[in-house]
Design a protein around this ligand. Structure first.
Ligand code: ADP
Ligand code: ZN
Length: 442
């Protein structure tokens, strides 16, 4: 019986997607979804999350609802499914980009009963007429993509996500729920489970290690000229390679892009303050390799699937380790070289704290804690990879990762009293966790 299902899954994988084997946890996840249970998937970017709902949706009776915050990408995703399967009516999307007439066309087509996947934006799902429409249909399951958007602790909180559970209950309480995210720290994870009432969900966690990414933190020169020289030198030493430079402010993005261009580097800016047309053009030029470097605020990148980004530079330190992991994660998606360099200074940290100082107490406290975690990462002299993975609740116990600044150039000298205290504290903490482990074994 299990063998039959195994063979059937492989046949469908080949038939609809052209792949010969599953990646990582995919098959186990799909089995769990098909068995009608709630499922929680944590998988790093590029791990192959889409297949985890697309394949079971195609194989189930009825239609699966896929909630995704990325309106701009829904059309691409739907087109890809249609193209792979050679079937137009297999997938549709509903979001605010559709006119009234287009929305009606989608609904009419869905009513014909041939649709297996309906992508819906979160704010659209919560609308009364959407709920009314969907509750008359046979829903196989709900897939909630980018599920970290539900949590204020995540890097992309979207209040609409908090209304999903109510909408799902109104449409079909009994349909199983599958949540997917590439970015759940334990805190975010608990938020998702609590908010979607998924205490009984089976959890599938993949390793978040990205072995091909090289992590480095550099002291940020106080003199901007010197910093810019260093960045320009780095880019010139890496000719024709694609890279992203993240800055905190739009003004800095504009200035730096300008400066790079003046220095004969093919670079363009990208931030939320630019008009849509120019912004999209700049993004396309980067994807098509007309430009090498995109200088951007964090507005750039969600859903960007350029496999050969060779470096990600953080001009300013990001506001959390989670953001840092996501942003650096855009490098080396094809498994090739990916250098991640963050510039760090005390002044920038002060600036971050100040940035949140006019927010309410709760927000401030949360932000301060996230910044503090970022600071201890940047100032640490232990393996960056181990530090990052620990943040995601993952034990990484390789002594020397061979691919971060601290492992390649271990600090030989202890330069200050603070550093000495820090090193001693780290040793002590490691000893304690080691002892706890030994205790738990005996
Ligand atoms: P994620 O959403 O986790 O970032 P995607 O679903 O976009 O990942 O998948 C990442 C890439 O891996 C895509 O190019 C996809 O076609 C490919 N992929 C997914 N599953 C498989 C598989 N079983 N075999 C080969 N390639 C796969
Ligand atoms: Zn290391």
């Amino acid at each position: 019986m299990a063998d039959d299902l195994h063979n059937l899954l492989h046949d469908k994988l080949k038939e609809y997607f052209g792949f010969t084997s599953f990646k990582g946890n995919q098959e186990a996840v799909i089995n769990n979804v098909l068995s009608g249970k709630d499922t929680f998937v944590l998988m790093p970017t590029g791990g192959g999350k889409s297949l985890c709902y697309q394949l079971p949706a195609i194989m189930s009776d009825g239609m699966a609802i896929v909630v995704s915050p990325l309106i701009a990408l829904m059309k691409n995703q739907v087109d890809a499914v249609r193209y792979n399967s050679g079937n137009e009516s297999i997938a549709h999307f509903l979001n605010s980009s559709l006119s009234r007439v287009q929305t009606k066309e989608v609904k009419d087509s869905v009513l014909l009963g041939k649709t297996k996947l309906l992508y819906v934006a979160p704010e659209t799902l919560s609308k009364e007429d959407t709920v009314e429409f969907l509750s008359q249909l046979h829903i196989s399951f709900f897939a909630i993509d980018e599920a970290h958007c539900i949590s204020e602790w995540g890097h992309d909180f979207r209040p609409e996500y908090r209304r999903l559970r109510a909408a799902i209950d109104n449409i079909n309480k009994k349909a199983p729920v599958l949540t997917l995210t590439a970015s759940a720290t334990p805190k975010v994870q608990q938020d998702i489970i609590k908010n979607l009432k998924m205490e009984n969900a089976k959890l599938f966690v993949s390793s978040f290690n990205r072995p091909n990414l090289y992590y480095e933190v550099r002291p940020k020169p106080a003199d901007n000229m010197q910093l810019h020289k260093e960045i320009i030198r780095f880019i010139k030493e890496n000719p024709n390679k694609s890279g992203i430079i993240y800055c905190l402010t739009r003004k800095r993005v504009e200035e730096l892009a300008e400066l790079l261009m003046v220095n004969n580097i093919k670079a363009l800016p990208y931030h939320a303050g630019m008009d849509n047309k120019t912004r999209n053009e700049n993004q396309d030029k980067f994807l098509m390799e007309d430009v090498d470097v995109i200088v951007a605020t964090i507005a750039f990148g969600m859903g960007i699937d350029k496999p050969d980004v060779r470096f990600v530079i953080h001009y300013d330190i990001p506001k959390s380790l989670e953001s840092y992991y996501q942003e650096t994660g855009r490098a080396g998606r094809d498994g090739g070289e990916g250098r991640c360099i963050a510039f760090y200074s005390d002044q920038d940290v002060e600036r971050l704290y100040k940035f949140f100082s006019d927010k309410n107490m709760a927000e401030q406290e949360m932000a301060n804690q996230l910044i503090q975690e970022m600071v201890s990462y940047a100032e640490s002299s232990v393996c960056r990879r181990m530090n990052l993975l620990k943040y995601f609740g993952e034990d990484y116990s390789v002594e020397n990762c061979g691919c971060c600044d601290n492992c390649l150039n271990p600090k030989e000298r202890i330069e200050s009293k603070e550093e000495m205290v820090y090193v001693l504290e780290t040793i002590l903490a490691t000893q304690q966790s080691f002892k706890a482990k030994v205790d738990s074994l005996s």
